[in-house]
Design a protein around this ligand. Structure first.
Ligand SMILES: [Fe+2]
Length: 194
């Protein structure tokens, strides 16, 4: 063995730090994973509330009635997603708290740019709106999928079920948007000239 070889001290130190942090929080201390889950719930709570403001603008900007209706219906669902998260906070014995989600803020900004960069009453506008909306849905699917799994790991099965319910609705919305794009809007947009 080389004389210069060192013991893996870094790992030990971090384990000790973790233990010290947990102990310093007293008898009611929750695990770091629990704290992480709560933090992420604040993030998605902000994101969902932000979406309730963005979706009416997306519906208004849509060209086709079918897409407008899809956005309007998803707005109703999103309001329900906000209520479900409030219920989750309550189950954790907390008041709902929102923490700015930079990712959702950015995705909504991107949607706004698409509206600005495309012409009113064109199928190309709708193609752009669907793309923006699907990026949002994929972000939400990743978030709810991960958080439901975390809740399960922590033995919070009721919370896992609530998050799973929202996860299913986000997936359905994503599929519906794909269908609208593939059955009509993409084809209409392909025939549009400058
Ligand atoms: Fe949602």
């Amino acid at each position: 063995m080389s004389k210069t070889m060192k013991r893996p001290a870094a790992k030990k130190t971090s384990a000790r730090k973790t233990a010290a942090k947990t102990m310093s929080q007293g008898a009611d201390a929750k695990s770091l994973l629990h704290e992480f889950l709560v933090d992420e719930l604040k993030d998605i709570y902000w994101a969902e509330k932000h979406l309730t403001k963005a979706l009416p603008k997306m519906a208004k900007a849509a060209t086709s009635d079918e897409l407008r209706q899809a956005f309007e219906e998803h707005l109703e669902q999103t309001e329900e997603h906000v209520s479900r998260l409030e219920q989750v906070f309550e189950m954790l014995g907390m008041k709902p708290q929102a923490k700015k989600c930079d990712a959702m803020a950015g995705l909504v900004e991107e949607g706004k740019s698409i509206i600005e960069d495309t012409e009113d009453d064109t199928a190309t506008r709708d193609v752009g709106l669907i793309l923006a909306a699907q990026k949002v849905e994929h972000y939400e699917i990743a978030t709810y999928g991960g958080l439901a799994q975390l809740a399960k790991t922590l033995g919070l099965n009721d919370i896992k079920d609530i998050l799973g319910q929202t996860l299913s609705e986000e997936k359905e919305t994503d599929e519906r948007l794909t269908e609208i794009a593939e059955t009509s809007i993409n084809v209409d947009a392909a025939g549009e000239d400058e």
